[in-house]
Design a protein around this ligand. Structure first.
Ligand code: IPE
Ligand code: IPE
Ligand code: MG
Length: 256
């Protein structure tokens, strides 16, 4: 796994933080986002739900660039949950086609910008053409170091942990590891997020106050922000506001 953020603490970055009122030494290393509220954004405008998903992709473009500019090393976004298959077939069909188009179109650009892309979730449960695109995205961007962008696709935290337990028990039975040696770190190494630090910040736009099966293990000590702003209205300024609030919070991790 390449070392991220080799671009360092250059003067341009310091200046940018200063102009947005952020402390450059306390930028979150990992920002995770539940991209919610697309359908309601569209409904408010009298548009079909899919238009909300399209506009949400614009927010995502802006937020990826903002995270790179502010030297956030990991950005993780919840794009499609294991439970989202229960939506009407028409919407699911649109979303799968949209993910294919987005990956095919955006990966070359992200690669040029030095972004490493990982798709996390039950990739085997996706159609073959999408699985091929996932492989293409991973292979193309593997050695990039500006930032790691994680797309949680067909992801659910409970499914992730259940799979981890299955794989870990198989390894115990096979004698690869002794049950007594299983620690929190060992368990975490069986999750999709192996090698990725826990999120410092979890943001949920869209007005709902719940995690909806998103990174439940990894967010144990994340600072959580629930925003009324709908995801298609979320932008660089909204991100900066969250980071500014994060910088005022005192993280204790159970200490005093
Ligand atoms: C989030 O927006 C996108 C996905 C879950 C794919 P929604 O589609 O959930 O939008 P709302 O919550 O219905 O407004
Ligand atoms: C969470 O949003 C999943 C994604 C944003 C991909 P949902 O809209 O599916 O969550 P609920 O149904 O409101 O809990
Ligand atoms: Mg929703």
């Amino acid at each position: 796994m390449p070392i991220l953020g080799e671009q360092g603490q250059d003067a341009k970055f310091q200046e940018l933080c200063c102009s947005f009122g952020l402390e450059p030494s306390n930028i979150p290393q990992h920002v995770a986002i539940v991209m919610d509220g697309n359908g309601r954004w569209a409904a408010k405008k009298g548009l079909p739900r899919v238009m909300g998903h399209k506009q949400g992709a614009e927010s995502l473009r802006e937020v990826i660039r903002a995270c790179a500019d502010f030297h956030v090393h990991y950005l993780s976004v919840y794009a499609f949950s294991s439970e989202n298959w229960t939506r009407p077939a028409e919407e699911v069909g649109f979303l799968m086609k949209f993910f294919r188009e987005l990956i095919a179109r955006e990966i070359p650009k992200l690669h040029k910008e030095g972004v490493r892309v990982r798709i996390l979730g039950d990739v085997e449960g996706l159609d073959k053409d999408l699985r091929d695109l996932v492989r293409y995205a991973h292979e193309t961007t593997e050695n990039n170091t500006v930032m790691q962008f994680n797309i949680l696709l067909n992801y659910g935290s409970r499914a992730e942990m259940t799979l981890a337990v299955k794989r870990l028990s198989n390894d115990i039975v096979a004698g690869v590891i002794a049950a007594e040696s299983v620690t929190e770190d060992v368990f975490a190494s069986y999750l999709y997020t192996v090698d990725i630090p826990d999120p410092d910040i979890v943001i949920r736009p869209g007005g709902e106050h719940r995690l909806s099966n998103f990174l439940l293990w990894q967010s144990a000590y994340s600072e959580v922000f629930f925003l009324d702003t709908l995801w298609p209205d979320f932008d660089r300024v909204a991100l900066v506001q969250v980071v500014a609030q994060f910088q005022t919070r005192k993280r204790r991790f159970g200490g005093v």
